[in-house]
Design a protein. Structure first.
Length: 99
């Protein structure tokens, strides 16, 4: 499983447009092969700050996501609304089943 964690800060004047576009991006990301979870949250102590969190079931599907129209739209429409570059991290995780 691949986990993604992205932190961003929008320009003050673009917050509304960012949220509207991000809602559409999240809806489309959920339709991507292997997407288990894709959510966004405002950061309480950071004005115009957001965290985007996602889970993909395999490296292969994560690579497909990286080359998808969803990521292209992020680059074309969301990145220009930011007050700086996003902080992107991804992790490879193993799911341990309980007893």
């Amino acid at each position: 499983m691949i986990l993604i964690h992205v932190t961003v800060k929008t320009k003050e004047e673009t917050t509304g447009e960012f949220e509207r576009t991000l809602r559409q991006v999240v809806t489309n990301a959920h339709k991507t092969a292997g997407c288990v979870k894709y959510e966004w949250y405002p950061i309480p102590d950071m004005p115009q700050g957001y965290v985007i969190y996602g889970e993909f079931d395999s490296k292969e599907n994560f690579k497909k996501y990286l080359n998808s129209d969803v990521v292209k739209r992020i680059g074309d429409e969301l990145i220009p609304l930011l007050d700086g570059p996003p902080k992107f991290k991804h992790y490879e995780a193993t799911v341990f089943e309980g007893n």
